[in-house]
Design a protein around this ligand. Structure first.
Ligand code: SF4
Length: 344
C-alpha cells in the first residue's frame, strides 16, 4: 500500500489528476454514501506556554489571552448545539494554570451533556489522563504530529512541553489504549516535504491499526495559514497538490474518514466535498468565545471559509450531498444510497 501511495503522490499532470479525482469520488461514494459529516470546533482557551513557530497562540505573540469560564463554556456549547451540531471539538493550547487537564476534563463533561460526539484537540497526555477523559464522555482525540521530521520538529517547537517529539508521537496510541473511540492524525502541510510527511503519517496509521484494530482512525489535511507571527512555510503546498494528496489517501485508504477544515477557501472546499473528503467543519470560529460575541482575541490562524452553517449546507445540497449532523444520520443515509432502506 505504501508503494502505491508514494506513486500516487508523484507530481501528476491534469489527465492523471482527473482520473484520480474520479476514483476518489467513486470510493468516497461507495464507503460514505452521499454524506458529509459536520462538526464544530470550540476554542476554550488561547493561553499557551508553547513556542511553536507557526502558531498564533505561541507565548511570544502579543495578543489578548482568554479562557472561557464555566458559564461561558455552557453558553458557547448551547450556541453550537443550536446550530444543529451533534459533534463538537474542544481545543486548548498546551497546559497552563488557567487551562490545564482538570479544566479540559470539566469542559468535556459539560459538552457530553449536550453532544453525542465530544472530541478534544489539546496537549499530549498520559494514558491515565486519556482514560479520565473517556470516563467524562470524551469520544475522540485529534492530535497532529505537525511534522514527522525530528530535525524540523525540534527547530520549530522552540520551547514548551510540545518539544518532546516521542511523547507526542506515542500519544495517539495511549489515547486508543485508554479506550478512546476515535483518533485523528495529521501533519501541518508546509513545514517539510509534504509527500515524505504523508508517507510517515501513513506508517503511523499502519502501526495504530495493527495495535488497536477497533479504533476509528481519521486523517486531516491542515495546510499552513497566515497567522500572527508571520511564519512562512518552507514547503508551500498548492491547491492542486493538496487535492492530489487527498485523492491519493482516499484511493489507498478507502474506508478512512478524511477531514477538511475551514482553514481552506470556500472554493477549494466546495470542490473537495465528497471527492475524497468525507468530514468537514462549518461555521467555525477560531477565537475564544467566538460563537456568541465578536472576537476579543486573535485566532490560532485565519479562517478562510467564513460562510455560516446554513450557506455551507446549501452548497452541499446543491452538489447532491447530504450534511450529516448526527452519527446515526450517516447510517440511514448511506443505507438509503445503497437502495436498501429509505430515510423516514
Ligand atoms: S501549536 Fe499548540 S502548543 Fe504550540 S503554541 Fe500553538 S497552541 Fe501552543
Amino acid at each position: 500500500m505504501s508503494a502505491d501511495l508514494a506513486c500516487l503522490m508523484k507530481p501528476a499532470g491534469g489527465p492523471q489528476l482527473e482520473a484520480m479525482a474520479r476514483r476518489a469520488l467513486a470510493l468516497t461514494r461507495a464507503h460514505f454514501g452521499n454524506t458529509i459529516s459536520l462538526y464544530a470546533p470550540l476554542y476554550l482557551s488561547n493561553h499557551c506556554p508553547g513556542g511553536c513557530a507557526y502558531c498564533g497562540f505561541a507565548s511570544d505573540r502579543k495578543q489578548p489571552r482568554r479562557h472561557l469560564n464555566p458559564e461561558a463554556i455552557e453558553a458557547e456549547l448551547d450556541a453550537i448545539h443550536a446550530l444543529g451540531f451533534d459533534e463538537v471539538l474542544l481545543l486548548t493550547g498546551d497546559r497552563t494554570v488557567q487551562a490545564g487537564y482538570d479544566y479540559l476534563l470539566d469542559g468535556v463533561a459539560r459538552a457530553a451533556k449536550r453532544f453525542h460526539v465530544v472530541t478534544v484537540e489539546s496537549f499530549a497526555m498520559t494514558e491515565a489522563e486519556y482514560r479520565g477523559l473517556v470516563e467524562a464522555g470524551c469520544t475522540g482525540v485529534t492530535l497532529y504530529q505537525e511534522t514527522y521530521d525530528p530535525g524540523v520538529y525540534e527547530r520549530l517547537h522552540r520551547w514548551g512541553p510540545k518539544r518532546d517529539y516521542a511523547f507526542r508521537r506515542e500519544a495517539p496510541a495511549r489515547a486508543l489504549a485508554a479506550g478512546m473511540r476515535t483518533v485523528g492524525l495529521g501533519v501541518l502541510l508546509g513545514l517539510a516535504d509534504p509527500a515524505v510527511e504523508m508517507m510517515a503519517l501513513d506508517q503511523h496509521l499502519d502501526e495504530l491499526e495493527k495495535r488497536y484494530w477497533r479504533g476509528g482512525l481519521s486523517v486531516s489535511f491542515p495546510r499552513m495559514r497566515p497567522q500572527q507571527g508571520g511564519f512562512e512555510p518552507a514547503f508551500p503546498v498548492s491547491d492542486a497538490f493538496l487535492a492530489q494528496l487527498v485523492f491519493a489517501f482516499r484511493i489507498c485508504r478507502p474506508e478512512v474518514p478524511l477531514v477538511l477544515s475551514t482553514r481552506e477557501s470556500a472554493a477549494f472546499r466546495d470542490g473537495m466535498a465528497g471527492v475524497g473528503i468525507s468530514k468537514m467543519s462549518a461555521g467555525s470560529r477560531t477565537t475564544v468565545g467566538g460563537y456568541r460575541a465578536p472576537a476579543e482575541t486573535g485566532g490560532q490562524f485565519e479562517v478562510s471559509d467564513d460562510r455560516d452553517v446554513e450557506t455551507f449546507c446549501a452548497m452541499l445540497r446543491a452538489k447532491g450531498l447530504e450534511p450529516v449532523f448526527k452519527n446515526g444520520d450517516r447510517v440511514f443515509l448511506a443505507l438509503d444510497e445503497a437502495g436498501t432502506r429509505s430515510v423516514c
